[in-house]
Design a protein. Sequence first.
Length: 379
Amino acid sequence: MSGGPHCAVVGAGIMGAAAAYALARRGARVTLFEQFPFGHDRGSSHGATRLFRTAYFEHPDYVPLLKRAAMLWRELEEEAHETLFEMTGVFMAGRADSGLIAGTSLAAEQHGLHLHRLSRAEARKRFFWFALDDDMEAMIEPDAGFVYADRARAAYLKAASAHDAELHENSPVSGWTAKGGQIELEAGGERHCFDRLVLAPGAFAGEFVKLGRKFLQPLRKSLFWTSPGEDRFTLANGFLPYAIEEADGRFRYGFPAVDADGVKIGEHTGGAPVADPLDQAPDAAAEARRDMEAFLKRRIPGVSSTIIKEQSCLYAMSPDGHFIIDRHPESEHVVLAMGHSGHGFKFAPLIGEALADLALKGETMREFDFLKLARFDQA
Ligand SMILES: Cc1cc2nc3c(=O)[nH]c(=O)nc-3n(C[C@H](O)[C@H](O)[C@H](O)COP(=O)(O)OP(=O)(O)OC[C@H]3O[C@@H](n4cnc5c(N)ncnc54)[C@H](O)[C@@H]3O)c2cc1C
């Protein structure tokens, strides 16, 4: 057992799992609490795959973080002895002025990243699966691909445990108090004392993080799978992960078939705001399904538009769609990562390191400055 500070981590989504690993590897004593069974599907981190992109349309300031995150995914692969990250390239299409195409182009230009722009003829030939409008541009981002999400979360938990972290599932934390440099935490009807607290509660942040509810809006999102049809929608056949933004701003994405579940497809825009993160919002799910069937017929006519599997997941939206990674205003010994707003997974290895930095050293890379809470004071 280590002699470093005793750190509690709340949440075993990808962020809490990555933080537990980073802390334990640095010699801290780590106890992680997860309210549900490990690997559960009630939060934001479950499922086979998550997109990874580097030319980040959401904000060019994420690019340096993504370059580092890509290296850290490879380090986790080495530690776990399994493939967790596929740099396949991602196919993107939309109008030149769409957030996706314009934002990706801007990030690539500012950071000297390569984008392979496809002529109409090339797009039709190489990506014949997609029926694109004449006014859409198409490109491939080579520094992009996907992460195997369930595997990555399990790998972090296993690696944390190998570095002596104590991991507790089915252990909801009902509250915490910072007092004179110590943190008191209530879990399973018992009080525990820690030197540091790392909060990574995803869409369950609510009152628990003691910042007020204004920093988080949980959104219920639906995901769908359709049949891969004679293996045509596989990586081996050149079908890449993709993102398409429509003229009305709706943004859908999908993956090649990577397992027996078939071809996964989702919508990044939209979703049903829910007051309670466990609310399933069935009416919104039914509407999303109808909408996705129509999208498949229109944009990927060769794939079956019959949905064979359906699941849901939570986006934990921050007020501006950017993450909140910071020390807690109430105590320098409490640090948090929340508001990942539906695009955090790819950053998890680096967010885990940042949380460990903040908890153990009180500061992290200055590239995280734009994600501090203080930005909301200025708004
Ligand atoms: C459908 C969907 C598609 C996505 N696609 C992408 C993508 O392509 N690329 C990408 O980068 N990102 C993507 N994301 C976003 C990404 O998955 C999330 O940003 C990330 O998983 C957030 O992880 P988290 O650890 O913050 O939250 P979570 O995974 O929700 O983990 C929080 C954990 O904390 C636990 N917890 C909360 N409160 C307590 C408590 N009091 N006591 C004990 N435990 C507690 C919860 O049970 C949960 O397990 C997607 C998300 C969804 C939903």
